[in-house]
Design a protein around this ligand. Structure first.
Ligand code: SF4
Length: 263
């Protein structure tokens, strides 16, 4: 068995994810980043809350905590403060992180605790019934927004930057190389690192929003992004930026003093 495969718990297969779900891509990007950094299985802990994305640690060989809805960050904070030598990584989703866990999110950013948070943003509550989340786009259909969502969305990567995270970036599950690089950068930087991946959920989001096939969802992510540098340039030139585009790239990268750094 190759070194790579030892990160996965094959005894947990088959996994629960739907055909065409993007969660596996993000998990692979994460393991690739960890492998490139030479982290050890025994030195790494994964923590998650509730939702499809939060099932990810169950498929990885490290110690893990599968916690209650929205509470992955308090658990991660506890692990990091008591065992600062551990590499602590959180898998979460948009509903888990920004609705139920919203208060924990902003305060973990503010404390700038030395953990890496990977948010698989599928723009809906996937596992728990397809309800609208704070990241469901305006006009999108969910079980709680049958006539189209009307509330403005949270920009999670901007929120993390504003609340105090040392690193915040956004990519999509289409941008595998860029996403892997961002996760690796987040793991290297001391302090709170937040990497958001817009990710296809053909079952709960796509089929309700005219993106019924996996390829149509991936094509949407490919064509509806704008690099942050280009967006800033267009704004400076007074050119309109389409409001349904996802801004991708490094939102913030800085080196404020962090909590939970090994002595
Ligand atoms: S409901 Fe969506 S996010 Fe959950 S496993 Fe299925 S495709 Fe993936």
């Amino acid at each position: 068995m190759s070194e790579y495969k030892t990160w996965f718990r094959e005894d947990r297969l088959p996994h629960i994810y739907c055909t065409g779900c993007g969660n596996g891509t993000v998990i692979n990007c994460t393991i690739d980043a960890i492998e490139s950094l030479g982290w050890e299985i025994d030195g790494t802990t994964f923590i998650s809350g509730i939702g499809c994305s939060s099932r990810a640690p169950g498929y990885i060989s490290t110690d893990s905590l599968h916690t209650t809805h929205g509470r992955a960050l308090p658990f991660a904070t506890g692990v990091k403060l008591t065992k600062p030598e551990q590499n602590v990584v959180v898998f979460t989703g948009d509903g888990d992180l920004s609705a139920i866990g919203g208060n924990h999110f902003i305060h973990a950013c503010r404390r700038n605790i030395n953990i890496t948070v990977i948010c698989i943003n599928n723009m809906i509550y996937g596992m728990t019934g397809g309800q609208g989340s704070p990241c469901t786009p305006v006009g999108a259909i969910s079980t709680t927004t049958p006539y189209g969502a009307t509330e403005p969305v949270f920009d999670l990567a901007e929120l993390a930057a504003t609340a105090g995270a040392n690193y915040s970036a956004r990519w999509t599950s289409y941008h595998v190389k860029e996403l892997t690089k961002a996760i690796r950068t987040g793991m290297e930087i001391e302090g709170f690192s937040f990497i958001e991946s817009i990710t296809q959920c053909p079952t709960s989001y796509g089929r309700r929003n005219k993106l019924r096939t996996v390829s149509s969802m991936i094509d949407y992510m490919r064509t509806h992004v704008i690099l942050i540098e280009k967006k800033k340039r267009m704004e400076a030139e007074g050119k309109p930026v389409p409001d349904d585009y996802f801004t991708v790239g490094d939102i913030v990268k800085r080196y404020r003093p962090a909590m939970g750094v090994p002595k």
